[in-house]
Design a protein around this ligand. Structure first.
Ligand code: HEC
Length: 103
C-alpha cells in the first residue's frame, strides 16, 4: 500500500466527541482534573491508585465517615484483580485526602 494513504489521518471528529462525551457522562470526569487539590501529591496519589479501574470518585461522593469502609472494599477489588495492595502509608494518605475533601 502507498505510504501516503494515511498522511491526512487524524482522530476523527466522531472519535473525539465520543471521548469528550464519555468524560462528561462519567460525572467523575477524566484523569482526575476535577478533583480537589488535583495537582498536590495527595491528589495525584489518589487519582493514580483510585483511578486505576474507574475514574477517581469525587471525595464528596460519600460521607467522610463512609470512606474507610469503601476503601476497604476497594482493597478487596485490587487484590481480586491483581493490583498491588495499598501500603499503610498510601491508605493513610488516601483516607486523609478523602476525609479532608469529603462531606
Ligand atoms: C482494582 C480495581 C479498582 C480499584 C483500583 C479501585 N476500585 Fe473502586 N470500584 C471497583 C469496582 C469493580 C467497583 C464496582 C462496585 C464493586 O464491585 O464493589 C468500584 C466501585 C467504586 C465506588 C462505588 C461507585 C461509586 O461511584 O460510588 C467508589 C466510590 C469507588 N469504587 C472508589 C474507589 C476508591 C476510593 C479507590 C481507591 C482506594 C478505588 N475505588 C479503587 C474497582 C476498583
Amino acid at each position: 500500500m502507498s505510504h501516503t494513504d494515511y498522511k491526512n489521518a487524524r482522530p476523527s471528529l466522531a472519535y473525539r466527541l465520543l471521548i469528550g462525551a464519555g468524560c462528561m457522562a462519567l460525572l467523575s470526569g477524566c484523569a482526575g482534573a476535577h478533583l480537589p487539590d488535583a495537582a498536590s501529591s495527595d491528589g495525584q496519589l489518589y487519582a493514580a491508585r483510585c483511578g486505576a479501574c474507574h475514574s477517581p470518585a469525587h471525595p464528596k461522593r460519600h460521607k467522610a465517615a463512609s470512606w474507610p469502609r469503601m476503601v476497604e472494599l476497594m482493597e478487596m477489588r485490587m487484590a481480586e484483580r491483581g493490583h498491588p495492595p495499598l501500603t499503610d502509608r498510601e491508605r493513610e494518605t488516601i483516607l486523609g485526602y478523602l476525609s479532608r475533601n469529603g462531606r
